[in-house]
Design a binder for this molecule. Structure first.
Ligand SMILES: NC(=O)c1ccc[n+]([C@@H]2O[C@H](COP(=O)([O-])OP(=O)(O)OC[C@H]3O[C@@H](n4cnc5c(N)ncnc54)[C@H](O)[C@@H]3O)[C@@H](O)[C@H]2O)c1
Length: 252
């Protein structure tokens, strides 16, 4: 089996209807995985599916990562369709709110970016380990999308930065706890990537970020997805709790 051949494996991707999540779904499908594309917006999840070579092999489902019952229902649907639970998980769903008056307490951002990852990770690991607790390397792999802003901090993005700092700490803690149960956990710290999310930045904020990025450009969604797929694959089998910066050098 080629190292990044996911044939026979089921992958669950949150936020798979757009941006980095969509690019990850497409690369997973390219490499043989059966992909459960989930998003708050099911229409965009279906669009992602329609871009795949064999759409009938995959699933597009509505899932709000902040709703425990919705998360559980998706995991059950995936297990019922494929006869096994997903063994690969990419937590890509995320929001960014630049106007502090809209989300004064940061609750919305923390709910999606951090609590959402708790809920999906809990449901995914419970299902994967059910009746199958013995150590077995390669049982499951999780990649969480944090942000370089979670390491650097950023003016006017305090809530977002705090949520992503939380994702980094949560990923390392899960990595330490789950490694001996056969589940590898890592996270990625993208820099600026042009997506619906980064369109929420003002033109000045967008340009200021590019100025901080040594090559002087933003990243492409595919450039982030390639690293995520590497971290999901056996090629990274000894990477545990790593926080991989894919930022064009911003925040290094
Ligand atoms: N674009 C960037 O510059 C950048 C940089 C660093 C990190 N990130 C992170 O990458 C991840 C993907 O973001 P993107 O840039 O591709 O943005 P995007 O807006 O293109 O995609 C995010 C997806 O998440 C979905 N989503 C939002 N709330 C949800 C919820 N409650 N439940 C389920 N899905 C929900 C959206 O519908 C959307 O499809 C996010 O976690 C983001 O914070 C992005």
């Amino acid at each position: 089996m080629a190292p990044s051949d996911f044939t026979g494996q089921v992958a669950l991707v949150t936020g798979g209807g757009s941006g980095i999540g969509r690019a990850t779904c497409l690369q997973l499908a390219r490499d043989g995985a059966r992909v459960v594309v989930t998003d708050l917006n099911v229409e965009t999840a279906r669009e992602t599916l329609s871009l795949m070579p064999n759409p009938e092999k995959h699933l597009a489902l509505q899932m709000d990562v902040t709703q425990q019952s919705a998360v559980q229902s998706v995991i059950t649907t995936a297990r019922d369709k494929y006869g096994e639970p997903p063994s690969l998980l990419v937590n890509a769903a995320g929001i960014l709110i630049t106007d502090p008056s809209v989300d004064k307490t940061g609750t919305d951002v923390i709910n999606v970016n951090l609590k959402g990852i708790f809920l999906v990770t809990q449901a995914f690991t419970e299902e994967l380990l059910r009746g199958n607790e013995g150590a077995q390397e390669g049982k499951g792999v999780i990649v969480n999308i944090a942000s370089i802003v979670g390491k650097m901090g950023h003016p006017e993005l305090k809530n977002y930065a705090a949520s992503k700092g939380g994702v980094i700490a949560y990923s390392k803690s899960c990595a330490a706890e789950m490694a001996r149960k056969g589940i590898r956990v890592n996270c990625v710290l993208p820099g600026l990537v042009k997506t619906a999310l980064s369109k929420r930045l003002s033109e000045e904020q967008f340009q200021a970020f590019i100025d901080k990025t040594p090559p002087g450009r933003y990243g492409k969604t595919e450039e982030i997805a390639e690293v995520i797929v590497f971290l999901l694959s056996r090629r990274s089998s000894f990477m545990v709790g790593a926080c991989v910066e894919i930022s064009g050098g911003a925040g290094m």
